[in-house]
Design a protein around this ligand. Structure first.
Ligand SMILES: N[C@@H](CCC(=O)N[C@@H](CS)C(=O)NCC(=O)O)C(=O)O
Length: 244
């Protein structure tokens, strides 16, 4: 199978964590895809487009060997988890433990997505930034992190999909200030572990998981050329019986 994704390993990707936890790592061809390069400069053109596979032209996008394409990170993690070894499933069986895991999945994903909104707003010239955006989003993130602190205080029976999403969200909050130099008018030096000791000890322990170590802070070393991307898109189209 092929995973079309952004090969920035400076934050933790829940899809990569899930692929590794499911024991599928070695069965995946990782295909670096830079959606935003399609917008940059005339010579870039549509070279990194995967629109023939995913109408949204977004990463991550998973292509199975039979040509079926699954996109949207939530759909991909569920698919990978179900293809993996049953003893290491990240989705608990139906019942309260599962509802808790998928609720934390939703919470982590929303913290991540709203942090992206804050980063993008922070890129605007200071005079043009909409303070209302920050005032609207920050309370959600803060309450969300407080809820995760309570979850970590109770502890977990085992690693689950909710924790994969928590890793994604929390690593991105850190990445936001280090990489983007994001200027935040409300919380310029926000530290998600301040007054959240249980979240911090959970985080430190989770960083030791092989599924995190396999990619986090490790530069991507494979082929990330547009030609490699195109070859892989064509292979998926061929598996579907379509012409490139
Ligand atoms: N809800 C989607 C969001 C995916 C998404 O927006 N990916 C971004 C990169 S992080 C992207 O591909 N953007 C390119 C575009 O929107 O054209 C998911 O969880 O997979």
């Amino acid at each position: 199978m092929k995973l079309f994704y952004s090969p920035f390993h400076t934050f933790i990707h829940k899809v990569l964590v899930t692929a590794h936890e499911a024991g599928l790592w070695d069965q995946i061809t990782f295909v670096p895809t830079y959606p935003y390069k399609n917008l940059q400069g005339e010579d870039q053109g549509e070279r990194y487009s995967i629109a023939e596979l995913n109408p949204l032209d977004k990463v991550p996008t998973l292509a199975l060997d039979d040509g079926q394409v699954v996109y949207g990170s939530q759909a991909i993690v569920e698919c990978l988890d179900s293809l993996g070894k049953s003893e290491s499933r990240l989705y608990p069986p139906e019942g309260p433990e599962r509802w808790d895991a998928i609720t934390r999945l939703a919470l982590g994903d929303t913290i991540f997505e709203t942090t992206v909104v804050l980063v993008m707003e922070g890129w605007q010239p200071e005079a043009e930034q909409r303070i209302g955006v920050f005032e609207w989003i920050w309370p959600k993130i803060i309450r969300g992190l407080d809820r995760l602190e309570s979850s970590c205080a109770k502890g977990f029976k085992r690693f689950d999909i909710g924790q994969a999403s928590m890793l994604h969200a929390i690593s991105y909050m850190d990445f936001r200030t280090r990489f983007y130099d994001a200027k935040d008018p409300l919380y310029p030096d926000f530290d998600c572990f301040e007054n959240r000791p249980n979240l911090q000890s959970w985080w430190k322990e989770a960083l030791e998981r092989p599924s995190v170590k396999a990619h986090y802070q490790r530069p991507f070393e494979g082929d990330d050329s547009a030609e490699f991307l195109r070859k892989n898109v064509e292979e998926v189209l061929a598996a579907q019986g379509r012409q490139g």
